[in-house]
Design a protein. Structure first.
Length: 289
């Protein structure tokens, strides 16, 4: 009896051992097949991702080419309209006619600005004709000139754009003057557009370790927290901005950020909805040419 049980036990043990070996082999094969399958999936997904990237890049390039072409075609007639409007305003006109010509001139200037913004976006994305050429310039003079120009429009709503007098009276830095002028212009333009009537927009600066930090602070509508990550995207405008001020392209901050980064600087902001927004940008003391 014992010998019979021993034989049965040994047989069962042998069968169990064979089953384990078979199970092990099946597991190895399954793992291997799973790895092969996953690799195929990953390779396929990677291939699709690469194809999507190429397609996305092609679309972006086509879009930039179209924007550039359309903007160049628009620039010529707009320049002609500007020239004729200025010529008419030099003549003696009846008050109602003069007001209409001034409105034409104002609307035309907005169109010219839009075309320039579109051209700048195209230049930024394609890298053509968007070189930063830093030379020694007085950044305070650039900022105060922009402030004077912006105050003409801002004062129509009782808003004052002012330079913080605690800042240096002169600040020589290596910058591309025209492009830094556009940075101040774009950010200040946003600040007074979305400020409350009779408010104040403060422009100033403070010295960092290796850079000068400029700021533009308003007391306006602020930026909703859930949308703040999109602020520097092309064509982005928050919903509260659309309600407050329908005019705008959503390109100003995108261009400003690109210009500042072209100077090896940084752009950031602090904002609280329904209270205020402060935009900052830094420019290094020494230009890295």
């Amino acid at each position: 009896m014992y010998e019979f049980l021993q034989l049965q036990f040994n047989g069962a043990l042998w069968s169990f051992g064979i089953a384990l070996v078979i199970l092990f082999l099946v597991s190895v094969i399954a793992v291997r097949q799973n790895r092969i399958f996953r690799k195929k999936v990953e390779d396929g997904a990677q291939k699709q991702i690469e194809e999507f990237k190429k397609m996305h890049l092609a679309i972006d390039n086509a879009q930039s080419e179209f924007i550039s072409l359309a903007s160049h075609q628009l620039r010529t007639p707009l320049t002609g309209i500007k020239w004729f409007a200025e010529l008419l305003l030099e003549q003696k006109l009846k008050p109602e006619i003069k007001e209409q010509v001034e409105q034409i001139s104002f609307s035309n200037e907005r169109m010219i600005r839009l075309v320039e913004d579109l051209l700048n976006v195209s230049r930024i994305e394609t890298g053509r004709k968007f070189d930063i050429v830093p030379v020694k310039n007085d950044v305070v003079a650039i900022a105060t000139q922009v402030i004077s120009a912006q105050n003409i429009l801002a004062k129509m709503r009782g808003i004052t754009v002012q330079w913080n007098k605690k800042c240096p009276k002169k600040l020589i830095m290596e910058v591309d003057a025209e492009k830094i002028r556009q940075v101040f212009q774009n950010i200040i333009d946003n600040a007074y557009k979305y400020s409350k009537d009779n408010g104040v927009v403060e422009v100033g600066c403070k010295e960092g370790e290796k850079e000068m930090i400029f700021y533009i602070k308003d007391d306006g509508i602020g930026i909703p927290k859930e949308l703040q990550y999109r602020v520097f995207e092309k064509f982005f405008r928050a919903e509260n901005a659309l309600i407050q001020h329908t005019d705008g392209t959503g390109l100003g901050l995108f261009i400003a950020k690109s210009i500042v980064e072209g100077h090896k600087g940084k752009v950031w902001f602090e904002s609280e909805e329904n209270q205020s927004t402060t935009f900052y940008f830094s420019l290094p003391f020494k230009s890295n040419k």
